[in-house]
Design a binder for this molecule. Sequence first.
Ligand SMILES: C[S@@+](CC[C@H](N)C(=O)[O-])C[C@H]1O[C@@H](n2cnc3c(N)ncnc32)[C@H](O)[C@@H]1O
Length: 286
Amino acid sequence: MESFLKQWPRVDRAALIASLQTLGPESRPVLKNLSRAEIYRDIHGQGGLFFVADMADELGLKPGMRVLDLACGGGTTAVFLAKRYGVQVWAVDKNEMDEGKLAQRAQDAGVGGLVVPVKAEAHALPFAMEFFDAVFCLNSYFYFGTDDLYLPYLLKFVKMGAKICVGSPCYRDELPSNPRPELLVEFPDCLAVHSPAWWRRHFEKIGIVLVLKSVCHPQSRIFWEDWLRQWLETRDPADMSPGEREGLLAFLQLLAADADGFVSHLLLVAEKSAPPAPSPSQYYSA
Ligand SMILES: C[S@@+](CC[C@H](N)C(=O)[O-])C[C@H]1O[C@@H](n2cnc3c(N)ncnc32)[C@H](O)[C@@H]1O
């Protein structure tokens, strides 16, 4: 990677692509027959539908289950979950949600009756208590979920025993006080990504969930590399806007600086084990 960075911006694109690890649809049976473009389309993070399939497995999705796709962006994952697992998905996002567009996408995919687009803020969810059988949250939870009061709020909407699965970029350990600047991509948002151990403690301390798993995804490095590979395969850096080129360079520098898997992906699975206690925050906050 270092040698390619020295060539930047006149990088040998084919050689750089060849240097990056890759994943194929055959690695997850549920992705059979999907193209790489479909696996990555409109997903804002590394791993694409590879990561989504692993999260779906963790949730044990079964036809008919009610799933909250929290901060779903444009709703790609909601359509995928509905189509591949036969679940009903309420797709919630406050910024990127175009309800009409997502409804049409779901319709075109043959799951119009299974996907409900909802433009809403994560702290103002318009659902009945104990409505959901599962919560799926990809590349988003750190934007709002580091608030100690958020998880008890969210859990009001899920049934006892329901699972929540959070997947997102993370650091293997907490950032040191003096981190290498290459590790701070998307600063200051990256300060909220945290380590699996931090997230475990954050979830466990409220005493109403059982954390079944909070780990660095074992294929994290491949997720990063395959995602960059897909980026480079579909776009020539020469044709990118300066901002995109800068973003690509930042991620290449990040991976080059990370020799030992410090930059990773969180895979957290927790199960609601007790009702949230009534508390002042339920009235004064969310
Ligand atoms: C990086 S994108 C990930 C989108 C999608 N889950 C994916 O992986 O492609 C983060 C998403 O979180 C949403 N988001 C952030 N804060 C939110 C909040 N407080 N309420 C609802 N959505 C939020 C943003 O609108 C954005 O669509």
